[in-house]
Write a protein that binds this ligand. Sequence first.
Ligand SMILES: Cc1cc2nc3c(=O)[nH]c(=O)nc-3n(C[C@H](O)[C@H](O)[C@H](O)COP(=O)(O)OP(=O)(O)OC[C@H]3O[C@@H](n4cnc5c(N)ncnc54)[C@H](O)[C@@H]3O)c2cc1C
Length: 408
Amino acid sequence: MKLVILGGGASGMAAAIEAAHTNAHMDIIIAEKLDRPGKKILATGNGRCNFSNINASVDNYYGKDSNFTAWCLKRFTVNDTVNFFNQLGIFPKEEDKGKLYPFSGQASSVLDCLRNEIKRLGIHMETGFYAKEISKSKKSFKITAADKRVLYADKLIVAGGGCASPVLGSDGSCFELLRSMGHRVSELAPALVQMKTDPKEVRSLQGIKVNGVLRLIQKDRYIAEDRGEILFTDYGISGPPVFQLSARIPFRKNIIASIDLMPDNSPKEVYDILEYRRSCLSHLTMEDFFTGLLNKRVGNLIARRAGIDKLSFKAEMLDDRLLWSIASLIKDYRLEIKGTKGFGNAQVTAGGVLTADFDEKTMESKLVKGLYACGEVLDIYGDCGGYNLQWAWSSGRLAGKSAAEALM
Ligand SMILES: Cc1cc2nc3c(=O)[nH]c(=O)nc-3n(C[C@H](O)[C@H](O)[C@H](O)COP(=O)(O)OP(=O)(O)OC[C@H]3O[C@@H](n4cnc5c(N)ncnc54)[C@H](O)[C@@H]3O)c2cc1C
């Protein structure tokens, strides 16, 4: 009996290991496009691999039917992930907001532990195998690679990821393979990615980091917010809150990013601070009025937005109306979001193969018996902070277990 797993990423390796743990009497082959598996894992968590999050729940996931995750996350929980990796040698370390990392601080240790277990279990790794075609006869699946190598399988798990960061392997080809077997694929968009604004709005701030609250607004309706370091770039904004909130952007239009530069103070408190500065620093021009309160270039931009054309404008000339509009801009500095930096820079893909075509209890296709899918290739993605890898481990293990049980 043979199980082939297409894709040697996080979900594919988890599927293979779980399948081998469940049923020792079958051949398991991981067919991976690149010359080695798990390349993306090495890049996760800035090289430290934020491999899960103790707070993971259905609410952290998005997709046409994000409830699809519920069964899977219950079947293979965060605790199960921690135990799974503990047994492979990964001692977990919890950091802010429930993020879990390996104590070693190295993403490579997560990959090494997975590879050691794969080797111990005798799972065969077929590398450089770029699957181009899948077909199914009555008896088995036939998987053909770009170089004409062919693999046959009694059960097939597709774990080829989405199209985010294609240099790390996942180029969207598995969407086409599953489509060719009759599955529906929803609209795709990059997520967990930098946001683009009008470059003219941010060019003068390039390289500046501010600690603030980022809010997303659509047609005056509040969507979500996150707090942390926001980085201005030549194209727009980046930084942890930007990545976090970009999960909420796909498929929405007319998004406004509002930055609160003094989140610990109310608008009235900010106004009072400005009023006090006006009385003490009345001799200064707008060029220097904000020094010590805001980054100088941010202050200059705010003064301009408030309608003060010349930086030589004296603080003593600020009337109460101008002070209020400066205070409002400090609390609510708005940038129109023009898009994102695209799949090349994105951490995950929003959209994918519709989960309605799969059984959430087994991850098996409802259309093609014996075919399973897991990980990012499905129309499920999560927040920033370890949730996407948790989905990869949970869904991979469920698919691996189901396929192995079906071969018993
Ligand atoms: C830079 C970066 C940082 C990230 N950091 C984190 C983090 O810290 N925490 C977190 O939770 N998530 C993080 N993510 C997201 C997370 O890595 C992914 O959600 C997760 O790896 C998806 O797992 P997967 O197995 O579904 O797909 P992938 O990990 O993308 O694996 C798919 C594999 O399939 C192979 N493949 C694709 N097509 C074919 C084909 N046709 N034939 C054969 N093989 C194929 C690919 O080469 C690849 O090895 C990050 C992503 C990126 C890009």
